[in-house]
Design a protein around this ligand. Structure first.
Ligand code: G3H
Ligand code: 13P
Ligand code: ZN
Length: 311
């Protein structure tokens, strides 16, 4: 199966009440850990690449590694640009073989967001590539964006129909209380998502795929492992798995996960090196990192997203 767009994946996910995992990739071990897990349980996948990942690993390396994973597993894999912030980066990814791009215009006023997103959609659709747009602002930190809690704002349901019809986007990322990174909630604050907003959006856009960013659960066992083996992470609380399951049963068809992968990788490396202090062969500790990613992703696919057996 060649690299595919997310169109078919989202259609089946919407109808089947499950979601596709969109996992951020930066290197070979991460790509292998994710795709090996998905191959074991026959799950479709979205592998997404941020501007930071392209800078770190170079576009061509990531593209070739993903193509290798597709050849190795035979899985339907969509290659997606995460948080594209300009027409130029979206164009470069489309020209370079990605099947999906996000144009993140969430920091712009409504009309400007529509105008800029529409430009990307026109270029992408002419080349068979799909586009994710965003309305509403998530709190948290990405490479070039640092949105404070005060500046974050939930998606306004009354804007979604106009945004989707005027831009022509294929999916829409919304803000309902998730945020990027490991520190999603203030200490003592209870995780809460605005399912009422999601429900309202779903009613206004029947059958239309919704995307949830900032959806790592910040797995406590991984944070504990990191801290047991020399880490100093402050207490961190993520999105509870039952909330993700609920979102996946609703209109959410794409659930973005990066921070949990980072935790798994770091926990694996820290534990291995602490237990084998004389070891200096990177293949040894990176094997453990890849194993931890495989285990994490398999659990997400089977127990949270429900996309196992759907490839
Ligand atoms: O939403 C952002 C992703 O976690 C990517 O993070 O920009 O540091 O690669 P990054
Ligand atoms: P997390 O930081 O919760 O993993 O979110 C990742 C994300 O939304 C990537 O776009
Ligand atoms: Zn994101």
């Amino acid at each position: 199966m060649p690299i595919v767009t997310s169109t078919e994946m989202f259609k089946k996910a919407y109808e089947g009440g499950y979601a596709i995992g969109a996992f951020n990739v930066n290197n070979m071990e991460i790509i292998q850990g994710i795709t090996e897990a998905a191959a074991e349980v026959r799950s479709p996948l979205i592998l997404q690449v941020s501007a930071g990942a392209r800078k770190y690993a170079k576009h061509v390396y990531l593209m070739k590694l993903i193509e290798a994973a597709e050849q190795d597993t035979g899985l339907p894999i969509c290659v997606h640009l995460d948080h594209g912030e300009s027409f130029e980066i979206c164009k470069s990814c489309i020209d370079g073989g990605f099947t999906s791009v996000m144009f993140d215009g969430s920091k712009y006023p409504f009309e400007e967001n529509i105008r800029l997103t529409r430009e990307v959609v026109e270029y992408a659709h002419d080349r068979g590539v799909v586009v994710e747009g965003e309305l509403g602002k998530l709190a948290g930190i990405e490479d070039d964006v640092n949105v404070s809690d005060e500046d974050a704002s939930f998606t306004r349901p009354e804007e979604v129909e106009e945004f989707v019809s005027r831009t022509g986007v294929d999916s829409l990322a919304i803000a309902i209380g998730t945020s990027h990174g490991a520190y999603k909630f203030k200490p003592g604050q209870k995780p809460r998502l605005r399912f009422d907003i999601l429900e309202d959006i779903q009613k206004r856009l029947p059958g239309f795929p919704i995307v949830l960013h900032g959806a790592s659960s910040v797995i406590p066992e991984l944070v504990a492992l990191i801290n047991n083996y020399g880490g100093r992470m402050p207490d961190a609380v993520g999105i509870p798995e039952d909330m993700l399951r609920q979102a996946a049963k609703m209109a959410v068809c794409k659930i973005n996960i990066d921070s949990d992968l980072r935790l798994a990788m770091t926990a694996g490396i820290r534990e291995y090196l602490a237990n084998n202090p004389a070891e200096f062969d990177p293949r040894k500790y990176l094997t453990q990192a890849r194993d931890y990613i495989r285990t994490l992703v398999k659990n997400k696919l089977v127990n949270v997203l429900g996309s196992d057996g759907k490839a």
